[in-house]
Design a protein around this ligand. Structure first.
Ligand code: SF4
Length: 702
């Protein structure tokens, strides 16, 4: 019978950064169902995406042959693709022809226009080995550091602040440590939707006495479990956090020993928060002074307090400042370096931590070794056998601008969909359409692939083996369960074939060979071998020797030497209030907040092709406060049109009081109502992250 699997393959969930381990139950190259496994992050639990979001791999829309754009067919920036027109736009090709064309065109642009005329976006959905090889291809085959991925759109500002303050961009403690904390602050995050299994651990902790403080302009499922919900006004994070620090300094709730022995810059920070009394900040952030004092005291005086945050913190022009405040809170109270304490920026994609670690970022080689550090450059030149570019590359949004400025003429994009995910998406699509050569490697004809010159059909998650690093710094093994359909190929093979056509003689025959090369260049994972991963399934880094069990809690004795930290000491960095780049006004009086839904993932290319998930949330929706909907004379289910200075979209209104009045929340997964047409590409100056969480809009019925 169809329901009886003929094999079971242990792997990892392909969606969020929690990194739940699961088992694929397979029959005749088809996944029948998925079960949770007893992994360190999930202990058998799975959310709806992990459990039911697997059949996209078998969807008839899968790309099964290489495609080449037909001569003379222009690149349209129209968002609504017509599937019946695909073969009018593209023709099928052999792998040989497609790879020769892609590699030949990229090589021609490099040779004629210089090494910085090319750029690449890798993927936080791919394995560590794919991320490593992709950035190596850009750095050695293209010849520049113009390589980035979606970390730029999620936690780049958090990482900038963490590297500057405590010398490491990763989390200090695993999610599971919430069960050891007396107080947990969750700020700018909605874990029930975005990290659902992590949310279950938080709820378990509350049940055993942990006090949960939710800080968010929006209500969410977890606010029902919270000891307090600080529903601060959008865009006022720094005001609220500085007020809490003001209380801690004034009431002498700081940890003097920790500050003296482990940090630098406290006096400057203390002086800066002097002007941020709760009374002054209350009208700005919308939280009364007594509550600010209460929460500050609670956090500072508990035996163990932990902070988790999401993109409500990071996706602002002041995202780095927001994170600096959270770091300062932990440092001034000594709430870091012990179980149940610390800082945890919840990583979004399943492998955004690993892809960043592997060097899929424009300013750093693997293990965050700066490309403009001569020693690091010499090390990688020796390892890779060729000279490297010393100039840090451009970031995601900068690359789009540089295309339109004429500086970048060719791109290779693997497994990302910037035509949907980039801010001001009309601008991003115009940039992609302006390229002389765009090579896209993906499993579906995404909105980005539709603008490509060459499309290379790749493998879905369950069709390949590789390592993935979750939000807890846990390196886990994902194993191949099924074969790719038709002529689709594994991503490592495709990267290598392109590399060969750019003059690189690579010959990796198994991902373990890539992993071995990588770990020789990355001290953080040098103690993790492929054999060990096969045996143990998961190992936390830092792990530097074969018998090192890995370190789930870091900064126990000292901080690493980072960009700002000195001699193992962490650095306080003060922050002042900087307003959003685009404030509401008479013309655009409301605020747009974008994010995800529980059932859909990012630009929806996978989950909207997963039967159960698509059935639950099939249509584009905007969450509108019931009173705002009433003011529009609208009702739930009515079509509304939302417009910003950059574009407009129409979608269904859902009455929802989770957002405050005047703020509308829209998921960014619906291509037919691509909300990133409206978002603002203004960047945080440090992390270069765009302001997805705030722009001015107006709304009308119909
Ligand atoms: Fe997958 Fe994240 Fe859900 Fe776990 S919580 S099953 S990793 S989407």
């Amino acid at each position: 019978a169809l329901s009886v699997p003929d094999k079971q393959v242990d792997s990892v969930c392909p969606y969020c950064g929690v990194g739940c381990q699961l088992t694929y139950n397979v029959k005749d190259n088809k996944i029948l169902y998925v079960e949770g496994r007893d992994g360190p992050a999930n202990h058998g639990r799975l959310c709806v995406k992990g459990r039911y979001g697997f059949d996209y791999a078998h969807h008839p829309h899968r790309l099964t042959k290489p495609l080449i754009r037909r001569a003379g067919v222009s690149k349209t920036s129209d968002f609504a693709m017509d599937p019946s027109r695909v073969m009018d736009v593209f023709r099928e090709a052999s792998w040989e022809e497609a790879l020769d064309l892609a590699g030949g065109q990229l090589a021609r642009i490099r040779d004629q226009n210089g090494k910085r005329a090319l750029a690449g976006f890798g993927s936080a959905k791919g394995s560590n080995e794919e991320a490593y090889l992709f950035q190596k291809l850009v750095r050695t085959g293209f010849g520049s550091n113009n390589v980035d991925h979606c970390t730029r759109l999620c936690h780049a500002s958090s990482v900038a602040a963490l590297l500057e303050g405590i010398g490491s961009g990763a989390v200090s403690n695993p999610v599971m440590d919430v069960t050891r904390a007396e107080v947990v602050i969750v700020i700018g995050a909605n874990p029930t939707v975005n990290h659902p299994v992590a949310a279950t651990w938080i709820k378990n902790a509350v049940r055993t006495g942990t006090k949960l403080i939710m800080c968010d302009p929006r209500k969410s499922d977890l606010t029902r479990h919270a000891h307090r919900h600080l529903q601060f006004k959008p865009d006022t994070d720094v005001a609220m956090l500085n007020a809490m620090m003001h209380v801690i300094v004034h009431e002498n709730l700081v940890d003097r020993d920790f500050i003296a022995s482990r940090t630098i810059g406290y006096e400057e920070l203390a002086k800066n928060v002097e002007g941020y009394s709760p009374e002054l900040m209350a009208p700005i952030c919308g939280i009364d002074a007594d509550t600010l004092r209460y929460v500050a005291r609670l956090y500072a005086t508990s035996k163990a307090s932990m902070i988790l945050w999401g993109m409500g913190i990071s996706q602002h022009v002041h995202g780095t400042d927001n994170a600096r405040c959270l770091i300062a809170l932990a440092l001034m109270t000594g709430q870091i370096g012990r179980p149940g304490t610390g800082l945890h920026p919840l990583r979004g994609q399943n492998n955004v931590q690993g892809a960043s670690d592997a060097g899929l970022i424009p300013m750093m080689y693997p293990d965050y070794q700066r490309v403009d550090n001569p020693d690091a450059k010499a090390r990688f030149e020796a390892a890779w056998g060729m000279p490297l570019d010393e100039k840090p590359g451009l970031t995601v949004v900068e690359i789009m601008d540089e295309i339109l400025a004429g500086g970048i003429k060719g791109m290779y994009i693997m497994g990302e969909n910037p035509a949907m995910s980039d801010p001001d998406a009309n601008h991003a699509r115009a940039a992609l359409a302006a390229l002389d050569c765009l090579v896209v490697q993906d499993i579906f004809l995404t909105e980005t692939a539709y603008l490509a010159d060459v499309i290379l059909p790749a493998s879905a998650f369950a069709e390949k083996t590789g390592t993935f690093t979750n939000t807890d710094r846990l390196v886990q093994l994902g194993r191949q369960a099924i074969q790719p359909p038709g002529e689709a190929k594994q991503d490592l093979w495709i990267i290598q074939e392109l590399a060969r056509r750019l003059g690189l003689a690579w010959n990796y025959t198994h991902p373990s060979q890539v992993f071995d090369e990588k770990r020789r260049l990355m001290r953080s994972i040098s103690g993790i071998t492929w054999e060990r991963l096969e045996r143990e399934g998961a190992v936390t880094y830092p792990c530097t020797t074969d018998d090192d069990p890995g370190q789930p809690v870091v900064f126990v004795d000292s901080f690493p030497r980072g960009l700002g930290a000195e001699k193992g000491r962490a650095r306080f960095v003060p922050a002042d209030i900087i307003p959003a780049d685009e404030r509401p006004d008479a013309e655009y009086p409301m605020v747009l907040i974008t994010g995800r839904q529980l059932e859909h993932w990012h630009t929806g290319s996978m989950t909207r092709r997963a039967g159960v998930l698509d059935a639950i949330e099939p249509d584009p929706v905007a969450l509108v406060h019931p009173l705002d909907l009433e003011a529009l004379k609208g009702r739930p289910g009515d079509v509304i049109t939302i417009a910003s200075r950059r574009g407009e979209v129409s979608l269904y209104a859902r009455a929802d009081d989770s957002s405050p009045r005047g703020a509308i929340f829209v998921p960014f997964c619906y291509y037919e109502a691509a909300i990133n047409r409206l978002t603002n590409s203004a960047l945080d100056p440090f992390g270069k992250i765009p302001e997805f969480k705030y722009c001015a809009i107006r709304v009308r019925l119909g």
